[in-house]
Ligand binder design. Structure first.
Ligand SMILES: Cc1cc2nc3c(=O)[nH]c(=O)nc-3n(C[C@H](O)[C@H](O)[C@H](O)COP(=O)(O)O)c2cc1C
Length: 223
């Protein structure tokens, strides 16, 4: 089982979020999964320029590392999104990646995949950031297995650390088990169905301009 972990801290795996992510990955390891870690700090993902080329051709026109990450997302069984809380949201590195995934979102191209989220903060609003990342996962068509977030208690340390790490390891195991069992998260189906209708409608409205997405949806609906 092939898991992709994307960490969006400018400190990479050396920061607080990296520490918590290590525990989620330990849970994946314990279940026989194999994790590839991608640190956005070492890659270049520039902001989206709204050129719409991805909608037309399926490939982004910007010359950087986005297409590489996209191919890895399309190839994995499950993924982990890990970000520090930056002003009640994800870091700019993660937000740039989210925006660049706009073409994947229009196609809900990650349907059938599973994801978990990891977040750390200086002082709180952890759930707000986890919920935001989870919404991104669902708009890609993927299932949210769960998330873990916490304020810090110092450098790479957390309050009630033993319990937090146990929760993080369980989350890693749950990610792998959800993939093996093809678990259904019924409470997410309503949002996804509504969003599917919205994206199919948008692509239909733009069918003249966005041939790649038109063909993608024709194949998806034809399935
Ligand atoms: C630019 C910036 C913005 C931040 N904004 C918040 C915030 O809004 N709320 C909060 O609780 N912590 C905030 N923090 C603190 C980080 O979320 C926290 O230190 C986190 O654990 C850092 O993770 P890292 O070591 O993996 O980068 C911010 C830190 C930075 C550098």
């Amino acid at each position: 089982m092939n898991i992709l972990a994307i960490i969006a801290s400018p400190r990479g795996m050396q920061g607080n979020t990296g520490r918590l992510l290590e525990e989620v990955i330990a849970g994946v390891d314990a279940t026989g999964g194999v994790t590839e870690i991608i640190s956005l700090k070492s890659l270049t993902v520039k902001p989206c320029v709204a050129c719409d080329v991805c909608h037309k051709t399926g490939v982004c026109n910007i010359d950087d590392d986005y297409e590489l990450i996209k191919e890895k997302l399309l190839a994995c069984d499950g993924f982990i999104l890990a970000s520090p809380n930056y002003i009640w949201s994800v870091s700019a590195q993660m937000k740039a990646l989210f925006d660049r995934c706009n073409g994947l979102i229009h196609c809900m191209a990650l349907e059938g995949k599973y994801a978990v989220m990891v977040e750390t903060s200086g002082g709180g609003e952890d759930q707000e950031v986890l919920t935001y990342m989870g919404r991104f996962v669902n708009t890609l068509g993927a299932n949210v297995v769960g998330g873990v977030g916490s304020p810090v208690a110092g450098v790479r340390t957390f309050p009630d650390e033993e319990n937090l790490y146990a929760t993080a390891r369980t989350l890693g195991r749950e990610l792998c088990q959800s993939i093996s069992e093809k678990r259904i998260f019924a409470e997410q189906e309503g949002f996804r169905a509504e969003f599917r209708g919205r994206m199919a409608g948008l692509v239909d409205m733009m069918k003249e301009y966005w041939p790649f997405e038109r063909e993608f949806w024709a194949r998806k609906v034809g399935k």
